[in-house]
Design a protein around this ligand. Structure first.
Ligand code: TRP
Ligand code: ZN
Length: 501
């Protein structure tokens, strides 16, 4: 029976998520639960600056954006408009590369200096508006001092030239390697939430969304897959240059560059949206099956959530076990262990999850990492919406029941979705109780109002950032109801509330 199949798929997905949380496949680092928390909320970057002997220059941009879980992520005093990542990989087996990142930004205050986040590499030069600039490095913080002070509202260009192989980087929030990962035969990039700085200098917080250009040169026979539209491929003889343009605002952690040999599959949604899927060569044709209905998913979710927010979509399947998938903007990436060709419906749940993130997570970014349920709860519920679309409402109800049962039976493992901690950012509670929160809302307000809420929320916050309060305000505006208590119970109470009838 179909329902049973979905329940099995759900349990498999639960297992994957708990695997993400409990162990690590890539690097052999210790279980994160055995480590002390890496970020103490009270140790803000400002506090650190006050503790240090040097008095803080009042015109120095701050070294963090004040995120409540990760106060040191990102930097203050400027706003990036565009990153151009110009990367030449000299040796794919080590990812030895030379890179030039060019950033156009606007000062939001007078700046005597400002910071970027950047890990590893040797920096050979930094210029601001083509003038050499001084710089200092302290861990992940790269402090740049322009030769002349920048004025509030001034637009400026920073160029950072660097070389070396990306460092292995373990996320503060997940017990495995994030950022640029080199494997035997290629490399991939999965950065949520803090891996971006492992391959380019960046204002690494979703509050600073920007456009991206990728110009990546690799030796024959390798190919490159990055976000956005492939606008040009240049044959240089022994190497090829791939130019990708991501022409919609994008959070820094969603930027991805993947190097491998690929079989490329192209198709279109009914609405004419181009889809390009990248499969690592050598994978059997059967791995493509769960991706065949992405066009239908795009059409269906566009009806439910509003128009698809970008100009292209597609998936990339690695021939390596990652234990996860990630919703990189316009190009979701899957470890091969996320695909089960013998369980197409189950794998489609994961495909629908990543695809729906394009609206919830990518187009609408969190304003603070503590709002992560706005990404994961929505994407998890979208799997249920896909099940409802393919198998009917009874199948959705069955799926909801099994999630509710799992969460209720293991409540000590599931954090309330509205208050994750830094090292439990991707706790199963954020996913499953987050999805149940949306279902509870739907039962409370009815289908018509519920989908009106989702569409209004996306319409209002697309290309931008949102908070939980923003979402609640939309829900209350659309329905004219006071929904505070429902959200308080579902998002913050230790006990999981009963589902409304
Ligand atoms: N956002 C991913 C999801 O769809 C989970 C995730 C977070 C992840 N950080 C990651 C996956 C880093 C791979 C690598 O559930
Ligand atoms: Zn997700």
């Amino acid at each position: 029976m179909n329902n049973q199949k979905h329940v099995r798929a759900l349990l498999a997905f639960l297992l994957i998520v708990s695997t993400i949380l409990a162990c690590n496949r890539l690097t052999g680092t210790p279980d994160v639960t055995a480590l002390p928390p890496t970020t103490k909320p009270e140790s803000t970057s400002t506090a650190k600056a006050v503790e240090s002997a040097e008095p803080k220059d009042p015109l120095a941009g701050s070294s963090g954006l004040g995120d409540s879980l990760f106060p040191e992520f990102g930097n203050g005093g400027y706003d990036v408009q565009h990153y151009t990542l110009d990367i030449t990989v000299n040796d794919v087996s080590t990812s030895d590369l030379t890179g030039t990142t060019t950033i156009t930004a606007k000062a939001t205050q007078d700046l005597s200096s400002f910071n970027l986040d950047f890990i590893g590499f040797e920096i050979s030069s930094i210029t601001i508006n083509e003038q050499p600039a001084d710089f200092e490095r302290d861990g992940q913080e790269l402090t740049i001092t322009p030769s002349t002070q920048l004025q509030e509202n001034e637009s400026f260009t920073v160029t950072v030239q660097y070389s070396g192989s990306p460092d292995n980087f373990i996320s503060q929030s997940l017990p495995f390697q994030t950022g640029w990962v080199t494997f035997d035969g290629g490399s991939f990039v999965l950065s949520e939430p803090d891996g971006a700085a492992s391959f380019y200098p960046v204002n690494d917080h979703p509050l600073d969304k920007s456009f991206f250009t990728f110009r990546v040169t690799v030796p024959e026979p390798f190919e490159v897959a990055a976000n956005g539209v492939l606008t040009e491929t240049i044959d240089n003889g022994a190497t090829n240059t791939f130019l990708f343009e991501a022409r919609d605002p994008m959070a820094s952690y969603l930027a991805t560059i993947n190097i491998d040999e690929f079989d490329i599959e192209t198709m279109e949604s009914d609405g004419g949206l181009p889809i390009r899927n990248y499969y690592a060569t050598g994978l059997p044709a059967s791995v493509r099956k769960p991706f065949a209905r992405q066009g239908e998913m795009l059409t269906y979710f566009s009806e439910l959530f509003g128009p698809y927010p970008f100009e292209v979509y597609g998936s990339l399947v690695l021939d390596i076990e990652v234990g996860a998938a990630l919703e990189n903007q316009t190009m979701s990436i899957y470890g091969i262990d996320m695909i089960d060709p013998n369980d197409v419906a189950g794998t489609e749940s994961v495909v629908a999850h990543e695809l729906s993130h394009q609206w919830f997570g990518d187009s609408i970014s969190v304003a603070d990492w503590k709002y992560i349920w706005l990404n994961e709860g929505f994407a998890t519920y979208s799997s249920g919406l896909w099940i409802e679309h393919t198998d009917g409402r009874a199948a959705l109800d069955e799926w909801i029941k099994s999630i509710y049962g799992s969460v209720a039976a293991n409540s000590e493992h599931f954090t309330p979705p509205g208050k994750p901690t830094a090292n439990q950012l991707f706790n199963g509670g954020v996913y499953f109780r987050g999805a149940l929160t949306l279902h509870a809302l739907r039962l409370e307000v009815g289908d018509e109002a519920f989908f009106e809420i989702l569409r209004t929320y996306h319409e209002q916050y697309k290309g931008s950032n949102a908070t939980t309060e923003d979402f609640i305000a939309v829900a209350e505006k659309v329905t004219g109801k006071d929904l505070q208590e429902l959200f308080d119970n579902w998002l913050y109470s230790e006990e999981i509330p009963p589902l409304p009838e």
